[in-house]
Write a protein that binds this ligand. Structure first.
Ligand code: TYD
Ligand code: MG
Length: 459
């Protein structure tokens, strides 16, 4: 008979303690330790599981030299969703477990139901969050019908996996890990030990049956997937679905991928009839602007492996109150302060007496340093109230002494700008190695310091 035992588990890192305490000593988080019931194995059970136990642990498989292992070409199952395939590195690897995280209401359930309906495979969509009727409602909103998509509402992993075994789908979707609970454990669904147990049960199921499993996970307010980091170690692929709820763009990002690159990115647009794949993101992120509006400049940025043109907008106005305001949407505020300090010191421009507001179009967040040059141009353009021509774009990082530094993947950026019909691109003069300007129609202008920018743009 199993005996009940409680332990105290940190919800942030998964460390267990015999006693409650306010702070986790392992990860230094406060108020993350909760009590959980775990099942304790009896001495006999423990003995049976031990590698020392006689009889039970007959070795059936032996370690083999790697050189003798036959390489099996993985046959990826391609889904109907090009963006999803791209993010996975070409399609579903049989037996892989994919975790997809995202904040509530971002569209995780929509994405996966749509995937289940559009994919050319038999799918089982297990939901612990919505009823069959609700899922049907969503499916009819998406407007696609699929004969081979099965719905099962259940929160018990045992029943779910039994059902999955009976139906034998080509793909299993679980919405969400936080609502699932294993009957082997006493603790609440969503607790650290339940999440860990359910995830490893699904992992075992996937490896035994070769059926790929997609698990939806909620994220905490800090933006990490709820539950211990351990969950991310168990699964093969971790994807993050993100976006600003006030805008319709959604980005599917790879955080971890055992079978492919983590540089890939999928872009969607949320519409009334579901998510639309966006194969050409640049067109969405450049707002339709009149030629003569000051304070806006376009940056040639990279998100992973994908080039994206993003419009940056700045507003510089005289400060009414003593301390000027600084505000940035989609861009690091401290970096904005640094760029302003550089402009003030090197360019002699008086930002110290002005309020500065910065905004990236489309509610997108960018941490590519190559966006600096466009931001600096937008700032100068707004201060001087002269517009930057709409067919110019920028790619360069600004250093502390005002130098324009080179950025990675410059050729892809130029290519994208060229493809979209830009007439001129400004890059760092240190970025020209191996670059052949003849290959592009776009005019490539190099620049060494921020001081030169003003001259190059407005004189
Ligand atoms: P949902 O998939 O339920 O989010 P999650 O599972 O991540 O919590 O997405 C819900 C949001 O998506 C909701 O606010 C409405 C919106 N939505 C659309 O705009 N169009 C649609 O076709 C659907 C199904 C949802
Ligand atoms: Mg959902």
């Amino acid at each position: 008979m199993a005996k009940l035992k409680t332990v105290f588990v940190c919800n942030s890192c998964g460390t267990t303690y015999p006693k409650w305490s306010g702070k986790c000593n392992a990860c230094n988080e406060w108020n993350t330790i909760t009590e959980e019931v775990v099942e304790k194995e009896t001495k006999q059970e423990e003995k049976n599981r031990s590698w020392k136990a006689e009889g039970t642990g007959k070795i059936t498989r032996k370690a083999v030299p790697l050189s003798q292992v036959e390489a099996n070409n993985i046959q990826r199952q391609v889904s109907g969703d090009e963006e999803f395939n791209r993010v996975l590195g070409g399609g579903f690897v049989p037996g892989s477990v994919i975790l997809i995280g995202g904040s509530p209401g971002i569209g995780k359930s929509t994405l996966l139901l749509q995937l289940a309906l559009n994919v050319n495979m038999k799918t089982l969509y297990v939901s612990g969050e919505e009823s069959e009727g609700q899922i049907k409602l969503r499916a009819s909103r998406l407007g696609t019908q699929h004969e081979n998509c099965f719905i099962y509402t259940e929160t018990n992993t045992n029943k779910m996996l039994k059902q999955a075994k009976a139906i034998e789908p080509d793909l299993l979707v679980v919405d969400s890990i936080q609502t699932m609970s294993s009957p082997h454990l006493e603790s609440m669904p969503g607790s650290v030990s339940q999440i860990r147990e359910c995830a490893s049960e699904m992992q075992r199921f996937a490896k035994e049956t070769n059926i790929p499993v997609v698990i939806i996970g909620h994220i905490t307010k800090e933006g990490t997937i709820a539950g211990p980091k351990l969950l991310e170690h168990i699964v093969d692929v971790v994807l993050q679905f993100e976006g600003d709820r006030n805008y319709s763009y959604r980005i599917l990002r790879t955080i971890k991928n055992r079978f492919g690159s983590t540089d890939e990115l999928g872009i969607y647009e949320m519409q009334a009839t579901g998510l639309r794949e966006v194969s050409n993101p640049s067109e969405l992120l450049i707002s339709q602007k009149d030629d003569d509006l000051s304070g806006s400049a376009i940056a040639a940025t990279m998100e992973g492996m994908r080039p994206m043109m993003i419009e940056t907008q700045a507003l510089v106005s005289t400060a009414v109150y003593g301390t000027p305001q600084r505000s940035a949407t989609g861009f690091d505020l401290r970096r904005l302060s640094m760029l302003l300090a550089v402009l003030e010191k090197r360019g002699g421009l008086p930002y110290g007496q002005n309020d500065v507001f910065l905004n990236l179009a489309g509610g997108i967040k960018v941490d590519d340093p190559a966006i600096d040059l466009a931001i600096v141009s937008a700032l100068i353009s707004s201060l001087e109230d002269v517009s930057v021509p709409a067919d110019i774009c920028f790619a360069g990082e600004v250093g502390l002494s005002g130098e324009i530094r080179s950025v990675s993947k410059i050729e892809q950026r130029i290519q994208e700008a060229d493809r979209l019909g830009f007439k001129q691109i400004f890059i760092s003069k240190f970025n020209t190695k191996g670059l052949n300007p003849e290959r592009y129609n776009i005019q490539i202008s190099t620049i060494g310091k921020v001081e030169e920018l003003y001259k190059a743009l407005f004189e």
